[in-house]
Design a protein around this ligand. Structure first.
Ligand code: NAI
Length: 414
């Protein structure tokens, strides 16, 4: 098989982890080649274009892309590239598996395989529709768009996935007790789809209670179905349960095009220091392999990562070790060489953990005050932009070294 993949390295640590990911896939010798095209804040500063046409051409041609993080200015400036890509290519489902890898420091490590959930986040609308305006100075309005079409589409995919992968339960989290129309429509849509899958347990939880339940008893959850905004927040919350952003992969799935990316951002605080953990992007590549129906190779890649992490000698700084991005990557490649020829059972067993007792009310109408704490602000990106060309085709093994100039070290260390 020969297959070309679009690679968008992105900003900050993006080029470092994208390089690592390509080296690992190269070492697997499974006939993948990479077309590297650049987008993001650094590309904008170098070329005046945030998302150049060359990126779109490559995505439309290859249909499959893997993307590093891109920096989005906070409070002003350009619209997020991720949001643009998701809306433009109708990447309607964001899928994020949450699993413990033995050896990763986590408060929940004792749960082992019982921590095994998958987040399905609607990816195209909700508060991310980008419809904001000032009504009068001092008063702004943001529109939350929820449609039956998008809500049913993501619900359908979540239930199909549950059926296909032998999962037992779909939990929908919402705030329909307050947003009776918008979140009400989301759960009405998921209830409608749930009826077509009687063998899958269907559960509804109010989002704030859901957050508490996830922290207190994560093993209760199997598939969590969420609208866009809640999905964004819950994804990071769940990443924290299994060792942090450096190890959590993701996929943006559309009908024709899919883009794989890690959950984390451009990490300006560690850019250029060799501290970036490439695990999340490599595991995103494993999801991509599975999407390409290369199940055995996906399994082999996940096993190699798990082996290196559980052995513990080459952990990156975020996981409590001192290995650089390059050292960790080389170790994964060594493990892959050892596992060559092994043909593990790639399919997950249909016998998933039994659903635990339900933690809370099934119905949305709970009596709770509306006022909630405001969302915490993310720190602003500090990293100065490195100059790089907007796009460049390179061979797989040459990778990013050929496509981007060396990065400047971030002034601030963590
Ligand atoms: P972040 O995910 O970049 O960083 C949060 C913390 O996690 C930092 O301390 C960072 O060093 C650490 N971290 C993240 N990924 C890591 C990795 N692979 N290895 C080791 N440590 C890692 O989140 P932050 O700081 O809120 O956002 C920075 C920028 O990234 C912002 O401009 C934001 O908009 C953008 N962003 C982009 C995303 C994307 O393109 N998919 C997703 C999330 C944020």
């Amino acid at each position: 098989m020969s297959r070309q993949i679009t690679v968008i390295p992105g900003d900050g640590i993006g080029p470092e982890i994208a390089q690592a990911m390509m080296e690992v896939l190269d070492a697997m010798k499974i006939g993948l080649s990479f077309e590297v095209v650049n987008a993001g804040l650094e590309t904008f500063e170098a070329t005046g274009e945030l998302l150049p046409e060359a990126v779109h051409r490559s995505i439309r041609k290859n249909k499959i892309a893997i993307k590093g993080p891109t920096t989005t200015p906070i409070g002003s400036g350009h619209k997020s590239i991720n949001v643009q890509l998701r809306q433009q290519y109708e990447l309607y489902a964001n899928i994020r598996p949450i699993k413990l890898i033995p050896g990763i420091p986590s408060r929940y490590i004792d749960l082992g395989d019982r921590m095994d959930m998958v987040i399905f986040r609607e990816n195209t609308e909700d508060l991310y529709a980008g419809l904001e305006h000032t009504i009068v100075p001092g008063v702004v309005e943001t529109l939350k768009i929820i449609t039956a079409k998008a809500s049913e589409r993501i619900s359908q995919l979540a239930f199909e996935y549950a059926r296909h992968r032998g999962r037992k339960k779909v939990t929908v989290a919402h705030k329909a007790n307050i947003m009776k129309l918008s979140d009400g429509l989301f759960i009405a849509s998921s209830r409608k789809i749930a009826k077509k899958f009687p063998e899958i347990e269907y559960e509804e939880l109010i989002i704030d209670n859901c957050c508490m339940q996830i922290v207190v008893r994560p093993a209760h959850f199997d598939i969590i179905l969420l609208s866009n905004f809640y999905g964004d927040i819950i994804s990071d919350l769940c990443a924290g349960l299994v060792g942090g952003l450096g190890v959590t992969p993701g996929a943006n799935i559309g009908k024709k095009i899919s883009i794989f990316e890690a959950v984390h951002g451009s990490a300006p605080d560690i850019t250029g220091l060799g501290k970036a953990n490439p695990t999340a992007l490599i595991l995103s590549a494993a999801m991509m392999l599975r999407h390409l129906k290369l199940d055995t190779e996906a399994f082999r890649l996940r096993e190699a990562i798990a082996d290196v992490i559980s052995k513990g000698d080459f952990l990156t700084v975020d996981l409590g070790g001192s290995a650089t991005t390059g050292e960790f990557t080389r170790e994964v490649i060594k493990r892959l060489a050892l596992s060559k020829g092994k043909r593990p059972a790639a399919k997950k067993s249909a016998a998933k953990k039994p659903a635990a007792k339900k933690p809370a009310a099934k119905k949305p109408a709970a009596k709770k005050p509306a006022a909630k704490k405001p969302a915490a602000k993310k720190p602003a990106a500090k990293k100065p932009a490195a100059k790089k060309p907007a796009s460049k085709k390179v061979g797989a093994s040459k990778g990013l070294k050929a496509a981007v100039k060396p990065r400047r070290k971030a002034a601030a260390k963590r």
